[in-house]
Ligand binder design. Structure first.
Ligand SMILES: N[C@@H](CCC(=O)N[C@@H](CS)C(=O)NCC(=O)O)C(=O)O
Length: 226
């Protein structure tokens, strides 16, 4: 039996969605974030030294890092539905989006979150303008333009097809879902109807809904909106 070590309001939600799409039996061990720091509790380090979610255990095997978990689960349980065949353009797109999600876009969402935290930190009044000034420079000079060019790029991809690799949902869409859910609350998404359509299609899937139902309340922090 697979155990998903699921941290509330986190990337591990997408592993629940994937397992529901695959129709695989699993159990959930739920962990709460520290209410002050939002960090994972130390018990997650008993499962893996880095103590980050998601983690899965399958018998003696522990897998960390969402892309690796997705590849492990798809390799073991998919019948060709959620990972395009080797050697096809769809497979190359699958590999690209699977890596892009964490390798490029999620880090921008993380920087947005950190800038929001810096701007809202409880500092003495005379330090607040300094913190806001530094965060503002990062936003204007790096974060804002990069978020925009990445959203434009995803928007143009989703103008061609309903899912990132074409007409069929793949596990790369599952991997992309978390960073786009974060973008929904941390960026201005009003000019991105195709990305909004992707998120709507995702939320309409019974497997996604079952994953949310089993995972418990799911809401991402809006702190860090650009
Ligand atoms: N690239 C890793 C990121 C893992 C990660 O940072 N997970 C977050 C959850 S969204 C976490 O565990 N945060 C709590 C903490 O850092 O203590 C993955 O995709 O698995």
């Amino acid at each position: 039996m697979i155990t998903v070590h699921h941290l509330e309001n986190s990337r591990s939600q997408r592993i629940l969605w994937l397992l529901e799409e695959l129709g695989v039996d699993y159990e959930i061990k739920r962990y709460d974030r520290d209410p002050e720091t939002s960090l994972a509790p130390p018990e997650l380090r008993d499962v893996h030294p880095l103590g980050k979610a998601p983690l899965i255990t399958d018998g003696d095997i522990t897998v960390a890092e969402s892309g690796a978990i997705i590849e492990y689960l798809v390799g073991k349980y998919d019948d060709g539905r959620l990972r395009p065949a080797e050697g096809t353009p769809e497979r190359l797109a699958y590999t690209y989006w699977l890596h892009y999600a964490e390798g490029t876009f999620a880090s921008l969402m993380m920087i947005a979150l950190i800038m929001g935290r810096i701007e809202n930190a409880p500092l003495p009044f005379f330090l607040k303008p300094v913190a806001k000034g530094i965060a503002g420079k990062v936003r204007d000079g790096y974060l804002g333009p990069n978020i925009q060019s990445n959203l434009d790029f995803m928007e143009s991809t989703l103008a061609k097809f309903p899912w990132f690799c074409g007409d069929q949902l793949t596990a790369a869409d599952v991997q992309m879902s978390f960073a786009l859910e974060a973008a929904e609350v941390r960026a201005d998404m009003s000019n991105y109807p195709n990305i909004s359509g992707f998120l709507e299609r995702m939320r309409a899937r019974p497997a996604y809904q079952r994953g949310v139902e089993r995972g418990g309340p799911y809401a991402l922090s809006a702190i860090g909106k650009t």
